[in-house]
Ligand binder design. Sequence first.
Ligand SMILES: Cc1cc2nc3c(=O)[nH]c(=O)nc-3n(C[C@H](O)[C@H](O)[C@H](O)COP(=O)(O)OP(=O)(O)OC[C@H]3O[C@@H](n4cnc5c(N)ncnc54)[C@H](O)[C@@H]3O)c2cc1C
Length: 220
Amino acid sequence: MIRLGKGIDKFEMKGATAIVGAGLPTPLLARRTAEAGFAGVERFIGIPGTVGGGVFMNGGAHGAEFAEVLTECTVMDARGKIRQIPRKQISFKYRASNLGNVVVLEAKLALIEEPPAKLKEVQGRLFRWRKAGTPFDLPCCGSVFKNPSGTRTAGMLIDECGLKGFTIGGAQVSPLHANYIVNTGTASASDVLKVIEHVRKTVAKRTGVELELEVKVIGA
Ligand SMILES: Cc1cc2nc3c(=O)[nH]c(=O)nc-3n(C[C@H](O)[C@H](O)[C@H](O)COP(=O)(O)OP(=O)(O)OC[C@H]3O[C@@H](n4cnc5c(N)ncnc54)[C@H](O)[C@@H]3O)c2cc1C
């Protein structure tokens, strides 16, 4: 297990290009670029995690995603060889990339000049909205299911099926936001997987929509 963080968290603006280390927390990327007067990633203010994870997963929020701003990333392969990959060689999908078996070390992002005050106002509004609808007080792994095509989000569909608060062991469909499964204290991975299965089956039966996992299940 490799955890990138301090030491690989550089932040540098060269004109309108942000050059950022993969260990930089994504909310910090959003704040620093906004403070420097550049738009493009300001809406990432509430995405937990690092730039490396964000690039690899094509993280995003409120209609913006890494795929739109990335121009190049530096990666290291399993043999320790470091190389640059230009954006046109990377294929991104909703919360997925084809980067494969590499560690993202650095990303170059093309941004656009905007007044910092305007960006700060947008971030304040989005952050308040996110705080009100996200169970930040309990451990969770973020949005469990991808939003299906159509007008209803995964959270809406789960809520419509009356599953908010549904609990197995210590794993619970968050009463605040139905697309989050929170650990109320004693949840095991098995509890979480059972809740996922129950939600998936119930939503398919009642609405006809097959929900697809957004989170990655490892080792099960
Ligand atoms: C409360 C909450 C809210 C969230 N909201 C959002 C949201 O709005 N939008 C969104 O997109 N996500 C959201 N997430 C999910 C998560 O925060 C993002 O996907 C984040 O970008 C993942 O980054 P990470 O550094 O935590 O990666 P991890 O979760 O540690 O890893 C995710 C995947 O990326 C790989 N990876 C991580 N770092 C690298 C690297 N440097 N190089 C290569 N591969 C790497 C890992 O191996 C793994 O496969 C949320 C999560 C939580 C808990």
